[in-house]
Ligand binder design. Structure first.
Ligand SMILES: CC(C)(COP(=O)(O)OP(=O)(O)OC[C@H]1O[C@@H](n2cnc3c(N)ncnc32)[C@H](O)[C@@H]1OP(=O)(O)O)[C@@H](O)C(=O)NCCC(=O)NCCS
Length: 193
């Protein structure tokens, strides 16, 4: 009986959530709760607890990764945070269904960095934000991403990259061991491998 009730409620909840566009409704529901609680999470401690919390929302969080507070997650896709990453406060993930954000190990991500996998095709003049698109973002190992950087879907950032504060990283593959800066971000100079 208990199992029947549980299955029934699960199906009901799945239906309601699907009508809201939440296909992976359990993760979406947990994520929504975590987004509400995120500002209350301590920024510079309780990292083990925060890893556990974000794993329950379906994020793949590597060993030793340190997540700040106020992280916002709008994701039906996959978010992988490598081992020993520092993810600064108020990081923002927009990862539609079918897209992935993969952050390599030992990266340092300053506050207010946005990972924007979702976009639109340019539509007709009646509505320029046309059909939705979703592309992956890949960040190599050892990168340092400055504050308020925006990374667009389709960007592949090589290992050992520094991205200067406020840069906008475009959907393209960048070489490893460079300083990227500006809007749009361009390699300014090479760095020691
Ligand atoms: C990139 C950074 C590390 C400076 O590195 P640097 O090697 O000392 O670079 P320089 O200051 O010598 O600048 C090199 C070039 O990059 C440009 N540049 C540096 N920062 C830039 C930025 N944020 N946006 C655009 N261009 C930038 C400089 O104008 C300079 O160009 P020029 O050679 O044409 O004059 C620094 O500007 C930065 O963005 N730091 C991140 C700070 C941050 O996010 N802190 C949060 C805590 S982690």
């Amino acid at each position: 009986m208990a199992r029947f009730c549980r299955d029934f409620l699960n199906k009901k909840a799945a239906k309601v959530m699907a009508s809201l566009g939440w296909t992976n409704w359990k993760n979406s529901f947990v994520t929504a709760l975590i987004n509400i609680a995120a500002p209350a999470l301590p920024c510079n401690n309780f990292f083990g607890a925060k890893r556990a919390i974000y794993r329950t929302a379906g994020l793949l969080v590597g060993r030793g990764a340190k997540l700040g507070s106020c992280i916002s997650i709008y994701s039906q896709g996959i978010i992988m945070i490598g081992e020993n990453v520092w993810l600064g406060r108020a990081a923002n993930f927009n990862v539609p269904n079918g897209a992935k954000v993969m952050i390599g190990e030992s990266c340092d991500i300053a506050p207010y960095v946005k990972f924007m996998c979702g976009s639109h095709l340019i539509g007709p003049s009646s509505r320029r934000a046309g059909s939705c698109t979703a592309r992956d973002i890949v960040i190599g190992n050892g990168c340092w991403i400055g504050t308020s950087v925006t990374i667009l879907g389709g960007a592949i950032v090589g290992h050992g990259t520094v991205i200067a504060a406020g840069s906008v990283v475009l959907p393209r593959a960048y070489p490893p061991n460079v300083l990227l800066a500006g809007v749009p971000a361009k390699p300014i100079r090479g760095l020691e491998p």
